[in-house]
Design a binder for this molecule. Structure first.
Ligand SMILES: C=C1C=NC(C(F)(F)F)=NC1=N
Ligand SMILES: [Mg+2]
Length: 215
């Protein structure tokens, strides 16, 4: 279940879009995304009631199509919305404490190496987000790209951890990311910046699912 959900994980905030976020999400859902993360960050990020209202509308879209809705960083917002889960980074609220606060909702943790994967598992994370695999355009404080080798390294020592790769992944690199051992790809600009969002999402979905079947 979790490994399927991670197949094509779309992440977006208002700052990632040139078009209306609701339209972007609608098209991405039509294209076949399997999970959605609301990530409202950066200098133009919405806050307070505006942020809550946008999250609520995006969550409605996901509910209508049975797409899990995950909130990035903001545990209070996730609890207020009764979202399906939370995603936290190494510099956010301690994963073990988040797990206590959210009960059995989904908990995702950003990781960059094997030690951080094991810490996330100790905190009973449901999945880990490994990256950035390639240089990314979507995060201005991203760490050094860790490459496909880190996916292979982690998969060698933690064969079963649900793992989604993130960072600069495109239609051209999705297959090798899955072949390296990821259960899915997480994308922001590959969908947000596409000329035809639904078609681009369909191509990403088909590429990932084909590579997963071959695995
Ligand atoms: C920094 C991040 C790393 N990974 C992920 C995810 F893909 F969801 F696992 N989301 C983030 N916001
Ligand atoms: Mg964070």
């Amino acid at each position: 279940m979790m490994k399927h959900m991670l197949s094509l994980y779309f992440i977006m905030g208002s700052g990632d879009c040139t078009r209306d976020p609701l339209t972007v999400l609608d098209e991405a859902i039509q294209g076949g995304i399997t999970m959605f993360q609301f990530r409202e960050k950066g200098k133009k990020a919405l806050t307070g009631l505006e942020k809550y209202r946008l999250a609520e509308k995006l969550f409605e879209r996901c509910k209508d199509h049975n797409i899990p809705f995950i909130v990035n960083d903001d545990v209070d917002l996730a609890l207020a919305l009764q979202a399906d889960g939370v995603h936290v980074g190494q510099d956010d609220e301690e994963a073990a404490r988040v797990r206590d606060r959210i009960g059995d909702k989904y908990l995702g943790v950003s990781v960059h190496n094997l030690a951080e994967v094991r810490q996330a598992l100790a905190a009973h994370a449901d999945y880990v987000g490994l990256g950035p695999i390639f240089p990314t355009v979507s995060k201005d404080d991203a760490k050094q790209a860790c490459g496909l080798a880190m996916i292979e390294h982690i998969r060698t020592y933690e064969k079963h951890v649900p793992l989604v790769a993130i960072g600069g992944i495109t239609e051209q690199t999705a297959r090798q990311v899955i072949e390296a051992g990821a259960d899915g790809i997480a994308v922001i600009s590959a969908i947000c910046r596409a000329e035809h969002i639904c078609e681009q999402t369909k191509r990403l979905y088909e590429t990932v699912m084909h590579a997963k079947r071959r695995g």
